[in-house]
Design a protein around this ligand. Structure first.
Ligand SMILES: [Mn+2]
Length: 430
């Protein structure tokens, strides 16, 4: 029985939050994942579906991180098959890349389609030249591709045609592809439609994807493990891991495995509504944190210090500049000693908190009146008569909507304003 490990988007060498520790996290994820799920599991091979490195100009430390494990895998007799991702692709017009060098030195086998004048060619792996587009390992045929980006849709038909030609119905056919897939990201960018990928379905038994940093699986044959670690703050919320796959009766039995070293994240949502002063908010915030979090103590636990993420939500009861987030962060860092604290301010400043606290059952006209009234109240010259002016504005709108002539609307407005001024004057006399 064949068993393999599928990983992607390891991003060795990534630098974030000016934290060297965070860079090391990516090595720990990579090394602990391979120790546990490749070496201990005695897999037949490992596939890396792109973005092993965070950048094509690989930092010395990142190369050390990569080599530490390539040597171990080589000693364990486990071949590594890889493709380029968008982060570590070779420069066009450039013959050299670190992935190509690693392939030449025998630490991995980089699979690349060959682009000739006649079009794309898939060539079998040549162990002497250490070059090729597909390779046979036991009963598995593995195809590589390159990062096509926005042109994936255009490149796919020729690739499908080539795979038609080279796939081996007697074997388990695996293909690695680094791509966006439609419906998996909430970004308004063109992504590859699943219908396009389905053209490969009759030819490929396991499509090993990379690129999107969260886990997903489609129809039991398309697998995207997600990145090994979270590359950005937003990615902390994603499910990610590696696929440990057994080929049973020619079908993949893929299990998402996640039990390797990852930096823990503690996420909190803090409701700011109802706190009239920064002090009151701070008190309640720390009460909430203390209830759910013990200060990290490196002498007491082997667990790495967590990343704390705080999202502040709701309507501020005081001016936004009184929130003083840098001080708040320092205080959290000193109290709980996390690796780092990420503050997300999603509060609505009191300055913009119009129609705050309105029940959802309030009718649309009433809601509209409240918004206008609140906006008028901001101006101290009119705040005393916000209600009157709100009605006046709504009346103007109503007249305009029923097609009243502009001159007539102005006339009415003038009339109301005169009444208002007279009323004002009368009040002053009193
Ligand atoms: Mn990536």
């Amino acid at each position: 029985m064949t068993k393999f490990l599928h990983i992607a988007d390891i991003h060795l060498g990534i630098r974030r939050y000016r934290s060297d520790e965070r860079t090391k996290d990516f090595f720990l994820a990579w090394s602990s994942c391979l120790e546990r799920y490749a070496i201990q599991e005695k897999v037949d091979f490992v596939v890396i579906a792109g973005d092993l490195f965070d950048a094509r100009k690989v930092e010395p430390q990142a190369m050390n991180h990569a080599m530490a494990m390539f040597v171990k895998l080589r000693d364990a007799g486990i071949p590594v098959i890889a493709i380029e991702g968008n982060h570590d692709s070779h420069e066009t017009q450039q013959r050299f890349s670190w992935l190509r060098s690693l392939s030449q030195w025998g630490y991995l086998k980089l699979l690349e389609p060959v682009h000739e004048e006649s079009g794309v060619q898939l060539l079998p792996w040549d162990e002497e030249k250490k070059l090729g587009s597909f390779i046979d390992l036991g009963n598995t045929r593995i195809f590589g591709s390159i990062w096509y980006g926005a042109t994936t849709s255009n490149a796919l038909p020729t690739l499908v045609e080539q795979i038609h030609h080279h796939h081996d119905p007697q074997r388990f056919n695996l293909m690695m592809l680094h791509t966006d897939v439609e419906g998996q990201l909430n970004r308004p960018i063109p992504a590859l439609p699943v219908a396009k990928l389905n053209e490969l379905k009759s030819l490929i038994d396991y499509l090993a994807l990379g690129h999107i940093h969260k886990n997903f699986e489609i129809d039991g044959w398309i697998f995207n493990p997600g990145s090994l670690e979270a590359c950005t703050v937003d990615e902390f919320a994603n499910v990610r891991g590696a696929y440990l796959v057994e080929i049973v009766d020619g079908k993949p039995k893929a299990q998402l495995v996640r039990d390797y070293i990852q930096r823990p994240i503690k996420r909190f949502q803090v409701e700011v509504t109802g706190h009239a002063t920064p002090e009151a908010l701070q008190e309640s915030l720390f009460k909430q944190l203390h209830a759910e979090l013990t200060p990290h103590d490196a002498n007491e636990t082997d667990e790495p210090a967590p990343v704390i993420e705080l999202s502040l939500q709701g309507h501020l009861g005081f001016k936004a500049n009184l929130l003083e987030l840098p001080q708040l962060r320092t205080q959290i860092d000193e109290t709980f000693r996390p690796l780092l604290t990420i503050l997300k301010n999603q509060t609505v400043p009191v300055e913009y908190a119009v129609a705050a606290g309105l029940s959802e059952h309030v009718s649309r006209p009433e809601r509209e009146r409240r918004v206008i009234e609140d906006l008028i109240s901001r101006d101290s010259r009119f705040s005393r008569h916000a209600n009157t002016f709100a009605h006046l504005i709504l009346e103007t709108k109503r007249l305009a909507l029923v097609g009243e002539a502009p001159s007539r609307i102005v006339e009415l407005l003038e009339q109301r304003m005169t009444n208002y001024a007279q009323q004002e004057a009368a009040e002053k006399v009193e």
